[in-house]
Ligand binder design. Structure first.
Ligand SMILES: C[C@@H]1O[C@H](OP(=O)(O)OP(=O)(O)OC[C@H]2O[C@@H](n3cnc4c(=O)[nH]c(N)nc43)[C@H](O)[C@@H]2O)[C@@H](O)[C@H](O)[C@@H]1O
Length: 434
């Protein structure tokens, strides 16, 4: 992609640029200066093992960063955030629904809502828009962000933003071709390449990345390992505005609502869980009642190994849930879980004095919305329960808690966790700010 703005002023354009109608043509590709002259694109990717719900948090950090860039640049540049397609996540194990890759954000989220916070475009739109007449979209510069490994040795925790030589290991994914162009198979697209790849040791918050953008030179910059920069504004009004813009695909709400009406006697208007269509019209409230059921998010699988102390046995979970059900005088329990069937069945039989249910998607729902969509349906159902109890330090649980904060539940009905086999750990409760 040529650097449109640099040569927009013909007087400044190098001699070797062709000139036409008072504008300069790019020397390499002879692309015309068109309406894209001030468009700038930020792309990003995340460490492959990270799960769906941490990735959603990385999106929040990045969207706040891009929105701030737009505000600072005062229309000189139109900053756009390119949404990295979803795919190949470790936890998405269903094999009967075809490959789960290059999934656009619109499968899971409502793009119009996201756009009310920051201009976003899907990767496939970017490829079309950016490549113009060319066969490939070459991102101008890619930064591979790296942690400062020496920080703990030296005890120096100052912010860091330092270009370093890339090790062959860091560059493994970015093989350079004989033309010097890097073809990384970005998200599996063979027509997306990079002109330059740099390694950057980074320690600090998102806003510090700005000094690496050089928008007069580059029109597209990508950051790999975007999970490394920290939030500038975690828990602030700005954070919550970005979070509120993350409404789900309306079809997922419909599926979740149909299920809760049918099996959990839930109804938005009676349960006071209605929200305005437009998230910017939402107002602070604490009167949500929720449907007459308790929802538990029971995280298993890798948590049983990596976080064995902070998750309960099935027996113990059942006993914690029965105590709560009695206290709340409820009859129905909804279980959101990644547990194996035998664990779910054991829990269900231990709780046989209650109506225990979980959401099982039809084949067509699975095919259309994949494992990510099914996870969101579980999250929506939990977000509307009278009482929610989650799993310690699961980002899946955190996202449900945030949705409940937005809907206006009393905090004590939301910030609850199952105690693990060791002991109950202290809970975090990040309350909404308006
Ligand atoms: C400690 C870290 O924890 C992180 O997990 P954690 O935050 O729970 O949450 P996630 O990062 O979302 O990863 C968990 C994934 O497992 C599935 N999953 C978990 N619980 C449920 C559920 O109740 N219903 C459905 N439908 N699916 C569920 C779902 O695909 C979800 O994205 C891991 O991603 C990291 O790799 C790491 O292990």
């Amino acid at each position: 992609m040529p650097v449109y703005l640099t040569y927009k002023n013909v007087a400044q354009a190098p001699e070797y640029c062709g000139k036409k109608n008072g504008y300069a043509l790019d020397d390499k590709n002879c692309f015309w200066h068109t309406e894209f002259t001030s468009k700038r694109y930020i792309l990003y990717d995340v460490n492959p093992p990270e799960g769906f719900n941490l990735r959603r948090d990385v999106y929040l950090r990045t969207s706040i960063f891009v929105r701030n860039l737009s505000e600072k640049s005062k229309k000189r540049y139109q900053w756009h955030l390119v949404l990295p397609p979803w795919g190949n996540l470790y936890h998405w194990r269903s094999t009967d629904i075809g490959p789960q890759k290059q999934i656009p954000w619109s499968t899971f989220f409502d793009l119009e809502s996201l756009k009310k916070y920051v201009p976003v475009i899907e990767m496939h739109e970017f490829i079309k828009e950016y490549s113009q007449n060319s066969k490939t979209s070459a991102i101008d510069r890619v930064y591979i962000l790296q942690n400062d490994e020496k920080m703990f040795e030296t005890g120096n925790f100052d912010d860091k933003n330092q270009l370093v030589n890339c090790t062959p290991d860091a560059l493994r994914k970015y093989q350079a071709s004989s033309s010097g162009n890097y073809g990384a198979k970005f998200w599996g697209y063979s027509n997306v390449t990079a002109n330059e790849v740099k390694c950057l040791v980074y320690h600090g918050t998102m806003s510090g990345l700005e000094e690496n953008l050089y928008p007069d030179i580059y029109s597209s910059v990508m950051f790999d390992h975007m999970e490394i920069p920290l939030h500038d504004s975690y828990g602030t009004k700005e954070f919550w505005a970005a979070r509120r813009s993350m409404r789900y695909n309306s079809a997922l709400y419909e599926i979740a609502n149909d299920f809760s009406q049918k099996y959990l006697k839930s109804n938005d208007s009676r349960d006071k869980t209605e929200l305005p269509m437009d998230w910017t019209k939402e107002k602070s409230k604490r009167n949500a009642l929720g449907g007459p059921y308790l929802c538990v998010h029971l995280r298993r699988r890798d948590f049983l190994i990596g976080r064995a102390g902070s998750v309960p046995t099935i027996k113990n979970a059942a006993s914690q849930l029965s105590i709560k059900m009695e206290e709340l005088n409820l009859q129905s329990i909804f279980i959101a879980t990644d547990a194996e069937n035998n664990e779910y069945n054991e829990l269900k039989s231990l709780l046989n004095m209650y109506a225990v249910t979980r959401y099982t998607p039809s084949d067509s729902v699975k095919k259309l919305y994949k494992d990510g969509g099914v996870a969101i349906i579980d999250q929506i159902i939990c977000s509307k329960a009278r009482y929610f109890i989650g799993t310690h330090e699961s980002t899946f649980t955190f996202r449900i808690q945030e949705d409940r904060e937005i809907m206006g539940f009393p905090s004590k009905m939301t910030f609850n966790e199952l105690c693990g086999i060791e002991k109950c750990k202290s809970r975090s409760s990040w309350k909404i700010l308006w």
